[in-house]
Design a protein. Sequence first.
Length: 194
Amino acid sequence: MKMRLAVPVLAGAVFAAAAAGCGGPRDNVAYVDPKSMTLSETFSDTDIRMLSEYFTESMIGAAVIKNATKTPVVLPWSLRNKTLRHDINPAVIMDQITTAVLRTGRIRLVEEDVREKLMKEYEYHAGGLVDPKTRKSPGKQVGADLVLVGDIEEKRMRERGDKILYYYVSLKLTDLERGETVWKDNKEIKKRVR
């Protein structure tokens, strides 16, 4: 009888001790400068920042942006992750780039996910619950001039026992009306892991 009671009590005590050790507060947590360099085998915040800075400078220097008679409206469409890595979030990379370019004032931005939400809001406004003086209706949105798309690719190699990680990121702007690619650039990132 004592043995039957001791096993569940012992198992519960072991579980409680393990749970306390896994979920408790950590003493070695500190904030660091988000712009500090992160050297990592994974695709890091430093890699994203490098891409954002590079593509921002390239895009605002492109003739289609620099020589535009009116500020072009850009629709960021997709940045496809064609790598085997699941830790690369293309949405974060695209957001960093479009935010940085938008801050320059050289483009205007429309976003697909916002458009979908706006359609629901128009339906709500049309439902009679919104004061007619402040009601908004579809048909006045700004159309995109250019669509931004791109790819992230990788190649893994070995060199003298070291692992080499090579990333190739390409972006292009396509004229929505003509289907013509009006700007294209790429950035390479290469890492050696010993």
